[in-house]
Design a protein. Sequence first.
Lengths: 317, 476
Amino acid sequence: VGRIAVLKGGSSLERQVSLRSAARVEDALVRLGHEVIGIDVDGELVDRLRAEAPDAAFIVLHGVGGEDGTVQELLEILAIPYTGSGVLACMRSMDKVLCKHLMIEAGIPTPEFFAFNETAFKGLGAARLLPAMEERLDFPIVVKPAAQGSALGIKFARTAADVPSALVAAFSYDTRVLLERYVRGRDLAVSVLEGAALPVVEAVPNEESFYDFESRYEIGRTTFVCPAAIPEPVTARAQALAVATYDLLGCYGVARVDMMLDDESGELFVLEANPIPGMTDTSLLPQAAEAAGIAFDALVERMLELAFERDAGKAVV
Amino acid sequence: MTIEDQPPQGSGRGKGLRGERRRMEPKRSTSRDLERYADLFASRTRVMKSSAMRDLMAITARPEVISFAGGLPDTSTFPPETFAAVASRIAAESCAKALQYGPTEGLPETKECIAEVMAADGTRVDIEDIVVTTGGQQGIDLVAKTLIDPGDVVVAEAPTYPGAVPTFSSYQADVVQIEMDADGMRVDLLEEALERLEREGRKPKFIYTVPTFQNPAGVTMSLERRERLVEIAHERELLVLEDNPYSLLRYEGDPVPSLHSLDGGVFVMYLGTFSKILSPGIRLGWVVAPPPVLEKINQGKSGADLCTSTLSQLMVQAYFKEVRWRDYVESLTALYRDRRDTMLDALADHFPPQAEWTRPGGGLFIWATLPDFIDTTDLLARALRDNVAFVPGEQAYLDGRGRNSMRLNFSVSNEETIREGIRRIGAVVEELVALYGTLTGTEPQGRREQPADRGREAEGGRVVRMPERRRRAGGA
């Protein structure tokens, strides 16, 4: 039992999701008997943390600033224990390009892709390579910003004519974008808690929304099935891939690994890892934990304990 | 509205804690609970707007953001002493009445004030034909509630008032949107659409229009088209809903007769509001409709909220007694005219030559259209990094059009802020135009023309460019 700072909000595009997650986490912490200090992060964050001197920080930030290692770095300097992954794991996970390169190196299957920054197009003539890239990836191609957690900015290019405007859209969110082969199939998420995989969640769109990312995590438009109705060997493989990804990136505490089960080949492909999974009513980590018999409050408590355990470990080192 | 907006309230399950008296636990819900609720939701709760879009719009409200996204009047110029005098007058003259329920259709003295406002706009009305509503927005809701069964057709402008979109959606209307140009709704295209609907055996219930200083496009329907629209309504026995919040905020030119005045109130229903001429905070609007329709609207209102705030109605009465209400409208008009001019100048200075925008003669909005490779929702995400916001055009359509347009409000920001905000948006647009040029191998268009030339182009460019419906890359 202690004074826990819940870091939430901020100015990222996922601010609202963060606030919804944080509201539930704060309620749980109160029920668990902790004193909760909610902090909507802004320019005053460091001063607030110094003044409040919490026993630990529960990070419920999504997107740039919170999920990319920035806040974690500050907490390291302030010597405040915090939930979830450390600086390096956050950087590796949030940067989809770096993450995919690491996965390829480690033999974890991920859809084929090409990634560029604006300089490549503006200063190096990368646009001339678009036809070659399109041929390799085949249409439709997914175009997305390298570091953006929400559905915004993810576009499907059906033809070559769609690619430039899809790139312009993706560059509205980040200075780096990737073009990725589209894997048509089932949408799976495997959450990992303390290095062990939780039951697989499948997001099943209620209507044909082949290209509709935005509806995927909206209640009434998507049904979540947990555990996913997939064959046992596929479940085992998905869980093994999730844990391998978690380990590869050096995650700590929790992470959610998103993947696709290819309709054609039956192969699994890892899309990305989220070091700070959502904790809202409709979020997948709490659903998976619940399916594993871990209620929301127990999940929150365990995440917090792990923050203290890591800190204790550090003191020994 | 999704469950994410309104988490279920505490379940009511309390439990005894160490002999303490029962207390409510903080609310908790599980995904399973939510799925159970989801099964109970009415089909009309399915909304058009994604949660990602709603989250994006929520960010526009941050204090550091220069927001052209709202439709707010500038209430900072309202004299506090007038407010105090109004409040004192109510306290002295009608305290008990102000605190009491009132008739569903509204107080007769408030309706006299409404008749005076309508007369100022050249529209005569019998106060028996008025129902006072909680803002003009409730008027839209009540008319839709009265007339729309699921699947019924409503005809609206393209683009239409973004705030009407969720209302029509919630009654499961099938909205057919008719393109506009500088003279408002293309009545010829309206007739084509009506013919087509007739062939399909479908008759629209009403035509929704903001004919004067339209929201969001800023254009005004010409007299000729107004006359033709009223004729069509009579020929086909169709109702028209004339939403008229802005006509007294005229910055130039002569007033154009309202549809209601041309029709005499036979087929034209009229919506008015005090939001733009006094205050949106008092939530006071009104509906004028033919008696049989009005009776149903009144019944609907009774079910919705029994009556409009008596206090607000008495505030309007006291205000009309206390001061000359038109003086304040005139002061707003002068203020907004300068702001409009500032925004038009800033657009000419900072937007690239491929952009077009309307030049409104009144109201609160400019509608700007960019090259079609720019999606204004993504542009908004980018612009927010530079702390500036607007309404993406797709919110004014129900069919996915408008993705390269934006609505810009000029009434609530001062001139310096307007210049700075437009400069920031222009810089981002220019950046994306250049990037597109690089990606497609087409050279980005050369240097901007001189501002003087651009001004002329803006003047001549009073076109509401409505892109054809097309599937954008990644159309979600």
